[in-house]
Design a protein around this ligand. Sequence first.
Ligand SMILES: Cc1cn([C@H]2C[C@H](O)[C@@H](COP(=O)(O)OP(=O)(O)OP(=O)(O)O)O2)c(=O)[nH]c1=O
Length: 198
Amino acid sequence: MRIVLASGSPRRRKLIKLLGLPYRIEIPKIDEKITGTPESIVISLARKKAMAVNYGEEEIIVAADTVVSIENKVLGKPDNFEEAYDILKLLSGNWHQVYTGVFVITNFESFGFFEKTYVKFRDIPDEFIRYYIASGNPFDKAGGYGIQEVGGLFVEKIVGDYYNVVGLPISRLWFELYSRGYIRYDGGATRKTFESRS
Ligand SMILES: Cc1cn([C@H]2C[C@H](O)[C@@H](COP(=O)(O)OP(=O)(O)OP(=O)(O)O)O2)c(=O)[nH]c1=O
């Protein structure tokens, strides 16, 4: 049994390793422009990514999507300096929510779920916001910051799964796969090989 991570995100590649399962990467190409609630957006886009890649008999596809939400606004990746600036100004001194949706496809079933993490930013001085944007860090990240790098300096408090903010709620993903029988620690067969024998 092998995981196919449908993602071009270097952060998700690092996190998927924590499962300790064999995996390979496929990069999905999809149009990410949709509207809706944060929950529905992240699950729909994760599903779209999962459905955009090919997989074989013994493989489990995993795809994810992350957005930031504040005051009923859903924020993706900023396209330019002004957008990054506006987003970081909005996040400065406030709580926001980070949603990551995950979609899984196996030979038996497909399912999706999301995790929500609450993040509180300190007041970020204007000069630091400009300096941070000039570093280029915001542009490939939802909400224009990366908690795992310099953006971690903005974070005063966090409630929920840290890895969910980075882009993959690895504990929930493990739980969903384990409780459905796709992961075994007793040397027994995983669900796929077990069921195909019976
Ligand atoms: C909030 C936050 C987001 N991010 C990243 C995670 C995601 O890679 C990105 C959100 O964009 P996504 O569209 O979810 O993912 P992606 O385009 O980078 O990768 P793919 O669709 O191929 O899987 O923002 C961080 O790295 N750190 C953070 O603190």
